[in-house]
Design a protein around this ligand. Structure first.
Ligand SMILES: Nc1ncnc2c1ncn2[C@@H]1O[C@H](COP(=O)(O)OP(=O)(O)OP(=O)(O)O)[C@@H](O)[C@H]1O
Ligand SMILES: [Mg+2]
Length: 291
């Protein structure tokens, strides 16, 4: 359970997030929607402490997150993986290494300095890439991949963190509709199969409706809607998108990407055991693993 109580963030005189109180049970898939500047990114960044709250408290399983420092802060940041609109990969490193970077906070500083990854870590990375359908790109430089493939690499890297939460900030905003669908399907599958809580900021209302069991609408830094997609009435949509200073009304159609999800969740990787799965992934990628 993630609990935010009266959480605010001010930048100078501007209040970006204004006294937000929320409680998110483990395993929920939550979409955060709102106009540009509503405070969505600031909210996510406070959860993983990329930004410190000005006021209020954030707790995870009862433990305060908002006051963590040093190693405990790094451990918390490992527990909540971030996915960004611009993927944040290292373009000149190969895909496999980019994915293994998700292990950095699990390892000793010496191993990190020597950039030595164990065969187990390579196997984990290959399995994550296979799960996301891009294991054949393992040896390619990350910068040469399409946007949709790069976002899947970023998701694989997030999986290697073995996170408790995935925080995705507009993960599909730079993608075409087909890739947007692939990435949202992947996030949903991770949520439903691994039980990892996913909190994702989304620009498009229809994506939030389609993929998220709970929608949080923000306007002017405040939560103005919190409920199931079915409860999102025209009035609520107007409150979220149409109550700006300019008084402009927003039609749902212009926030639409028209993406259609696959009807069924991704098939779980054939569950003959992790080693077999790693070797299947190895066979497809052409990468050698110890027997
Ligand atoms: N580091 C910062 N310094 C100053 N102001 C900031 C900073 N970060 C965010 N803000 C301001 O806080 C408000 C909320 O920003 P935030 O990025 O959280 O909005 P958002 O809902 O994510 O918008 P978008 O949909 O455009 O990504 C904005 O007015 C923004 O200008
Ligand atoms: Mg943002």
């Amino acid at each position: 359970m993630l609990e935010l109580t009266g959480v605010s963030r001010r930048f100078g005189t501007h209040t970006a997030v204004d006294s937000v109180t929320l409680s998110i049970p483990e395993g929920q898939m939550v979409g955060v929607i709102g106009r540009s500047g509503a405070g969505k990114s600031t909210l996510l960044r406070m959860i993983n402490r990329l930004t410190a709250p000005s006021d209020g408290e954030i707790r995870f399983k009862g433990k305060p997150v908002s006051s963590l420092t040093g190693t405990s802060l790094r451990n918390w940041q490992r527990d909540c993986a971030m996915i960004f609109q611009q993927f944040n990969l290292v373009p000149r490193l190969d895909v496999l290494t980019n994915v293994m970077l998700g292990r950095l906070n699990h390892r000793s500083t010496v191993l990190n300095m020597l950039s030595i990854f164990s065969p187990q870590e390579r196997a984990m990375a290959l399995m994550a890439l296979e799960r996301l359908g891009i294991v054949q790109t393992a040896l390619q430089m990350a910068g040469t991949l399409s946007g949709g493939q790069q976002q899947r690499v970023a998701i694989a890297r997030a999986l290697l963190q073995q996170p408790k939460l995935i925080l995705a900030d507009e993960p599909i905003a730079s993608l075409d509709p087909l890739n947007a669908q692939i990435v949202m399907d992947a996030l949903r599958d991770i949520n439903s199969q691994d039980g990892i809580t996913v909190i994702t900021n989304l620009h498009t209302l229809d994506t939030a409706r389609t993929y998220c069991e709970r929608i949080i609408g923000m306007a002017g830094g405040k939560v103005v809607f919190d409920g199931a997609p079915g409860e999102l009435s025209t009035e609520a949509v107007r409150m979220i998108y149409g109550a700006g200073n300019d008084g402009a009304e927003i039609s749902e159609a212009i926030t639409s990407t028209s993406i259609t999800p696959r009807p069924a969740a991704v098939q779980p990787t054939k569950s003959t055991g992790p080693l077999q799965a790693a070797h299947r992934a190895k066979a497809r990628s052409g990468i050698a693993l110890p027997a």
